[in-house]
Design a protein around this ligand. Sequence first.
Ligand code: ADP
Ligand code: MG
Length: 393
Amino acid sequence: MANPAQRANKLFVQTFGTNADDLYRAPGRVNLIGEHTDYNDGFVLPAAINFHTIIAVKKREDDRFRAVSDAYPGKINSWHFGQEGKMDPEDGWINYLKGFTAAMAASGLPAKGMDIAVVGNVPLGAGLSSSAALEIAFGTAVNDCSQLRLSPLAVAQMAQRGENQYVGYACGIMDQIISAMGQQDHALLIDCEDLDSEPVPIPESLSLIIVNSNLPRGEVEAQEAIRRQQCQQVADHFAIDSLRHLDLTTLEAARTKLPELIYRRARHVLSENRRTQNAAHALQAGNIGRLSELMAQSHASMRDDFEISLPEIDTLVEIIAQVVGQQGGVRMTGKGFGGCVVALVDHELTDAVVAAIEAQYQVKTGIEPTVYLCSASGGASRVDESWFDDELY
Ligand code: ADP
Ligand code: MG
């Protein structure tokens, strides 16, 4: 089978009748720990994964953009820079690209038009952030083609602005930063307050396994909005901007003055911030037993205090934890109410983990899971066709 870069070039030629000039790629991601901490100005620890969105690009002489994707074949989408209009849900995936150019125009940046063809293997809507991979692959291409010289962080911020203001989803910045700035074989400890980030090596002895629960994901956005509001309620109680400026001792002391539910929401965020920093230290030190403990505590906190897990997800975590013991960690990843579980496990246990999932998850839940064996990839870049030779295609 052709590698994805070859497929992107082929789609480009089929669509536009000429060769593309350049290829760009951006990875999907998984968050190892630090859930619902991003919008509370806290810490997250994601890794970019070796599933990518690839786009073949040719610069145009005018300000027009034309785009196709093999995920939505048949239609060429077209718009002029600075004339994106309002988001139309009917336009579907193209809104992510229009959001990016609209954010550029709103920032006073210029852009040259481009023809682009998109392919990729980041599963759509699985919680591995195919949306950020799409935005960042596109943003990296625009940045180069229009010679803007934006830093990867600035590209990530532009993408977030597009998604917040044009697409209308109040996402945090984690997905865009990790897709733009990830490093091979590393996670990235991101401080969501000042956007500082620090690469953290993932020990060579560990496999990165992601399992999609394949539960339907109806509730997640509404529930996230409720959690945000609850966190804000605690911040308001203490007259602070965000939960980043609260510590666990102060929260404990005020416990009786807060509704119990609201107290537990804040306890998750504050303890998760601490666990995330500690998990970065544990990875750095190769202390897998400690990592295992922190990921287990994180899962329990999401389940009991933040109440964003589901019984099927807990089952999946238990199946994996039983095989792994102290030789790796496992927890739900993402905003919750379905989605994926992430595990970092000793290589030698990988086969046993996959076998346990296949033997037990569907029997216990009636749902077939999807297992992704991953490695931590580098952030977005310009590539050529040979880049993908060793990849998973
Ligand atoms: P996730 O980011 O978890 O995969 P989202 O719902 O946030 O889920 O984003 C998925 C959406 O992103 C898709 O419905 C589609 O609109 C867009 N998208 C992602 N990858 C591609 C692609 N390769 N081609 C076209 N659209 C894509
Ligand atoms: Mg997304």
